[in-house]
Design a protein around this ligand. Structure first.
Ligand code: NDP
Length: 241
C-alpha cells in the first residue's frame, strides 16, 4: 500500500493540523495551498512538509498538481479535500462572483481533485478520501447560501462516491466541523463570535487538532468498515442524524 497523502488547504488552520497528524502517523504528506507563499514557507519550516501551490477550483491545475506530487512522493493513496473559502452575503446582496467562487472552491473542487486519482485507486483496490464539509452544510446558515449549498453538496458527493467505490477497497467519508479556532473563524466579528460560542454546549471553539485526529483515524486500517459517513464534530452545537 502506498503511504502518500495530499491535503488541500494544508498550510494553515485545520489543514495544517491534518498534515501534522498524518505525518506523525507515518504518511508522506503533500500540502496544497492557494497563494499565500509566506504562510506556506512558515508551514514548511515548522513541519518539514513540502507545500504545493495550485487552485483547487481549477481542474487543469489540480491534474498538474496531483501529477507533480506523484512524481515527487509516489502514488497517492489518501486525498483530504479540506481547502475551503467563505464569500458571505445575504442572498439579496450576493454578487454572482461570490456565489460562483464559493461553489467552485468548496464543491467543484471535489470533482477536480478526486477524478484524476480515482481510476488509480480503483485499479489498486485501496484508497481513502476524506472531505471536509461544515456544520453550516448540515443546518444552513443565514448569510451563507453559497457556502451552505456547497458544503451540503460535499455531503451528497461523499455518500454517492462511497457507494460507487466501496467494493474497490476505497472509503469515502466526510467531516462536518463546527466552529474551529482558525483564521476563517478569526475573520468573524467579535460580537458575532461571542454569540456563536454562547451557543456551543461545550462552551468553547473547537481546535484544529480535534478534526485532524478524526482524519487520522478514518485513514487507518481500523476504519476500513466506515464509508459514506458524516462525522459531526461541533461541541454539541448541532446534533445531526
Ligand atoms: P483557513 O482559512 O484557516 O485555511 C484555508 C486553507 O485553504 C489555506 O491553506 C488556503 O491557502 C487554502 N485555500 C483556500 N482557497 C484555496 C484554493 N482555491 N486552492 C487551494 N487552496 C486553497 O481554513 P480552515 O482551516 O478554517 O478551514 C478548513 C476547512 O474546514 C474548509 O473547508 C472550511 O470550510 C472547513 N470548516 C472550517 C470551520 C472553521 O470553523 N474554521 C468550520 C467548518 C468547516 P492560502 O494560505 O494560500 O490562502
Amino acid at each position: 500500500m502506498s503511504k502518500v497523502a495530499v491535503v488541500t488547504g494544508g498550510t494553515r488552520g485545520i489543514g495544517e493540523a491534518i498534515c501534522i497528524a498524518l505525518k506523525e502517523a507515518g504518511f508522506f504528506v503533500a500540502a496544497n495551498y492557494a497563494g499565500n507563499d509566506d504562510s506556506a514557507r512558515g508551514f514548511t519550516e515548522r513541519t518539514g512538509i513540502k507545500a504545493y501551490k495550485w487552485d483547487v477550483g481549477d481542474f487543469e491545475a489540480c491534474k498538474a498538481g496531483l501529477k507533480q506530487v506523484e512524481e515527487d512522493l509516489g502514488i497517492i493513496d489518501i486525498v483530504v479535500n479540506n481547502a475551503g473559502i467563505t464569500r458571505d452575503s445575504m442572498l439579496h446582496k450576493m454578487e454572482f462572483e461570490q456565489w460562483h467562487e464559493a461553489i467552485n472552491v468548496n464543491l467543484n473542487s471535489m470533482y477536480y481533485m478526486t477524478k484524476p486519482i480515482i481510476d488509480e485507486m480503483r485499479a489498486r483496490g485501496h484508497g481513502r478520501i476524506i472531505n471536509i464539509s461544515s456544520i453550516n452544510g448540515q443546518k444552513g446558515q443565514m448569510g451563507q447560501t453559497n457556502y451552505s449549498a456547497a458544503k451540503a453538496g460535499v455531503i451528497g458527493f461523499t455518500k454517492a462516491l462511497a457507494q460507487e467505490v466501496a467494493r474497490k477497497g476505497i472509503t469515502v467519508n466526510c467531516i462536518c466541523p463546527g466552529y474551529i479556532d482558525t483564521d476563517m473563524v478569526s475573520a468573524v466579528p467579535e460580537k458575532v463570535l461571542e454569540s456563536i460560542v454562547s451557543n456551543i454546549p461545550v462552551g468553547r471553539l473547537g481546535q484544529a487538532e480535534e478534526i485532524a485526529a478524526m482524519v487520522a483515524f478514518l485513514v487507518s486500517e481500523q476504519a476500513a468498515f466506515i464509508t459514506g459517513s458524516v462525522m459531526t464534530i461541533n461541541g454539541g452545537q448541532y446534533i445531526a442524524n
